[in-house]
Design a protein around this ligand. Structure first.
Ligand code: F3S
Length: 390
C-alpha cells in the first residue's frame, strides 16, 4: 500500500507507539484487502465498549494507547456499554463489573472519544452523503450506507479505533463505487407490515445473502424505523453491509430471491424460544429514535406496566433528552427509559432476567446465544399488550 511521507513517519514510530500501532493495523488491513492508499474519514464509531462483550484483555491495550499519547484525530463515538449509571437497576450488578465498565468508558473518553454510548450515533449527527467513515457496529454500518449514502466498511472495534487515531481508513470494499453495486434482487411477496415483520425479513435475507448487497422490491413502507430493523437483522444473520430499495431496470445476471409469507412465519417461529411469560419487555434494539419513543408513549399512555414484568425502552441520552415529554409518559406508566446500554450488552441474568420479549429480530437472534435467556419475538403492539395490565 502506498504511504505518504507523513504516513511513513507514523508507521516508523516517529509520533509514538499509539499512532504507530494504529497505522500498522490499518496498513495490515489495507494490504490484506488490496487497498492502494489511505483515505480521510469524517468520523469513526467504535464498538467493543461493553465489559460484558470484551472482558479484560483490551483494557490494557486501551491504557497503553492512552499512555503513549493516543488521541483521536476525527470525531469518534462509542457503542453502548453494559451499564446506565444514572439508573438504580444497575447497582444490583457486582461492584467489579461496575468498576471495570467505568474504567473502559473513561479510557475512551481520555483519548477524546465521545461517550455517546449508543448504536444509533446517526440520530445525534447524521453522516453526510458521500462521506467516508470508519464505523463498527453492523446495524449502524448498514444504516449509514443505505439510508445516508455514507461510505463505510463493517469495521471491527480495533480498526475503527485505529482509524479514529489516524483520521484515515484503507481504501477498499465499500469505499469504492464498484463495490457498492447490488448483486441480488429480492422480490417481497409476503405481507410485511410491522417493524417486527421488517426485522424477520432481514433475518431471512441475511442468511441467504451473506455479504452481498440486495436491491429489494415489494416493500409497502419506507419508514426509516422499519428499515432500521430490517438492516440490523440482515447484518445479524448475514453480514450484509448495504441495501437498495426499488424495482430493477433489468433482471439479467442477478440471482432473484422471492420472499413469501411462510418464509417470514418460519423466522417468527425460529426466533421465539419461550412459551412462558416474559420477565422483561425490551424495546430499543437498535436504540430508539424519537419517533419510536413517541409511538411507545402513545401506546402506553394511561396504562400501567404489570407489577411482575419490567419494561425497558433503550435509547441514547441525546434522544432521551429530546423525548422528555414522552419519557415522562412511559415512566409514569412504570416503564424505564434506559440509556448507554441495551439488553444484549448488559448482564441480564445477573439482573434476574430469564425470559425477554422484544420487537427486535436482532435481539431475538442474539440474546439466547449471548445472554442465555429465552425469547418471545413479536410486534411492538404485542409487546405493549404483554407489558401492561388490562
Ligand atoms: Fe444496539 Fe444493543 Fe441492539 S448495541 S444494535 S441495542 S444489540
Amino acid at each position: 500500500m502506498y504511504l505518504t511521507k507523513e504516513e511513513e513517519k507514523i508507521y516508523d514510530g516517529e509520533l509514538g507507539w499509539a499512532y504507530q500501532i494504529s497505522m500498522r493495523i490499518l496498513v495490515k488491513l489495507g494490504d490484506l484487502y488490496g487497498a492502494k492508499r489511505l483515505i480521510p474519514i469524517g468520523s469513526a464509531h467504535i464498538s467493543g465498549v461493553s465489559y460484558k462483550t470484551i472482558n479484560d484483555a483490551p483494557i490494557e491495550f486501551l491504557r497503553a494507547l492512552l499512555e503513549s499519547g493516543g488521541r483521536v484525530k476525527v470525531k469518534a463515538t462509542t457503542n453502548p456499554s453494559g451499564i446506565d449509571y444514572s439508573n438504580p437497576i444497575f447497582t444490583l450488578l457486582p461492584a467489579e463489573l461496575i468498576g471495570k465498565q467505568k474504567a473502559i468508558v473513561d479510557l475512551y473518553k481520555e483519548m477524546g472519544i465521545e461517550d455517546s454510548l449508543t448504536c444509533t450515533p446517526y440520530y445525534i449527527e447524521p453522516p453526510k452523503s458521500g462521506t467516508h467513515l470508519s464505523w463498527a457496529e453492523s446495524s449502524a454500518v448498514i444504516y449509514a450506507n443505505s439510508i445516508f449514502n455514507a461510505w463505510t466498511n463493517r469495521e471491527g472495534g480495533p480498526s475503527a479505533l485505529a482509524s479514529a487515531l489516524i483520521g484515515k481508513t484503507p481504501n477498499y470494499g465499500l469505499h469504492m463505487p464498484e463495490n457498492r453495486r447490488f448483486s441480488a434482487l429480492v422480490k417481497v411477496e409476503a405481507a410485511i407490515r410491522s417493524e417486527a415483520d421488517y426485522g424477520a425479513l432481514g433475518i431471512y435475507l441475511g442468511k441467504i445473502l451473506g455479504n452481498r448487497i440486495p436491491l429489494i422490491s415489494g416493500l409497502s413502507s419506507r419508514d426509516e424505523d422499519f428499515l432500521k430493523q430490517m438492516g440490523a437483522a440482515m447484518a445479524t444473520s448475514g453480514s450484509v453491509p448495504m441495501f437498495y430499495l426499488g424495482k430493477p431496470e433489468t433482471v439479467e445476471a442477478h440471482e432473484i430471491i422471492t420472499v413469501e409469507n411462510r418464509d417470514i412465519q418460519n423466522v417468527y417461529e425460529n426466533l421465539s424460544s419461550a412459551l412462558e411469560k416474559p420477565d422483561l419487555i425490551f424495546i430499543g434494539c437498535p436504540h430508539c429514535s424519537l419517533n419510536e419513543i413517541k409511538t411507545i408513549a402513545s401506546l402506553i399512555k394511561g396504562r400501567k406496566v404489570k407489577s411482575d414484568v419490567k419494561l425497558w425502552v433503550c435509547t441514547s441520552r441525546f434522544i432521551r433528552k429530546k423525548a422528555s415529554d414522552y419519557v415522562r409518559v412511559i415512566e409514569a406508566s412504570g416503564g424505564q427509559v434506559i440509556c448507554d446500554t441495551c439488553a444484549v450488552v448488559t448482564w441480564l441474568r445477573d439482573l434476574g432476567i430469564d425470559t425477554l420479549m422484544t420487537n427486535s429480530a436482532k435481539t431475538a437472534y442474539y440474546a439466547p446465544l449471548t445472554n442465555k435467556v429465552k425469547v418471545v419475538f413479536s410486534t411492538l403492539k404485542d409487546c405493549m399488550i404483554a407489558a401492561c395490565a388490562e
